[in-house]
Design a protein around this ligand. Sequence first.
Ligand code: 7PJ
Length: 279
Amino acid sequence: MMGLMEGLAQRGRPQVMAILNLTPDSFSDGGKLYRGGKVDLDTVLFRAQHLIEAGAELLDVGGESTRPGAEQVELSVELNRVLPVLEALRSRFDIPLSVDTSSPELMTAAASGGAAMLNDVRALGRTGALPAAASTGLPICLMHSLGEPQVMQDRPVYRDVVADVVGFLRQRISACEGAGISRCRLVLDPGFGFGKTLEQNLSLFRALPTFVAEGLPVMVGVSRKSMIGAILNKPVEQRVFGSAALAVLAAQAGAAIIRVHDVAATVDSLKILEAVRSE
Ligand code: 7PJ
């Protein structure tokens, strides 16, 4: 079977990563997978099946809410949310599983539990995350965020948002290489909505080709985010068309992975782009 990173390097159509949110309080789909105050495995499996049938090529499983203002989750809570789900998904489905975490303990456990990728909104910035991620041998997505979720939207300031985010990601690539993680395991993500105003998000989006030019696969996560709400003046449940439009634009700019809630809408939109492009 072709490895995840080789698949991403063969750039044509981007891969669609579906979000499987195991937090009770996400801004867009919080608590949907809960019954009686706990993650419900049957509901999760049903949802995963639906996402896969809709055309998802990767599932991103996360147990920490990183919405603006969110409190940090305790490690034991995060482990208990994610690990049983990872195990259940892996035994039922073939799809590669990504684990969205900043916790070194969960990175290690996720790798043992069959994860295919790690996705860290703190770009391996937590103490112990670099060596933990290194020893998993897995591909890793490094995402930019300006500070912790609790405070990141307070008043984000950059000298030059594109140069600052590119510079940050380059530093994290070097830190990874220093920890024995080779570049060919890395995916880059500008981190839309993580400490960015609408204008800053738009500047980063326009600069996607600059990120792609770094030579590593680029992940884009804009699904249902507030930048779409701000443009359309619509609540989170009415951002599907806006999200699909941005997915197409991200694909056109060379993104390798698009991280989304609305898989069917994204897959159809990307197929249209592919048909128009391939002559
Ligand atoms: C992202 C993420 C993103 C990556 C979240 C949400 C907030 N990981 N985790 N990129 N966003 N790599 O889904 O709206 O944009 S959580």
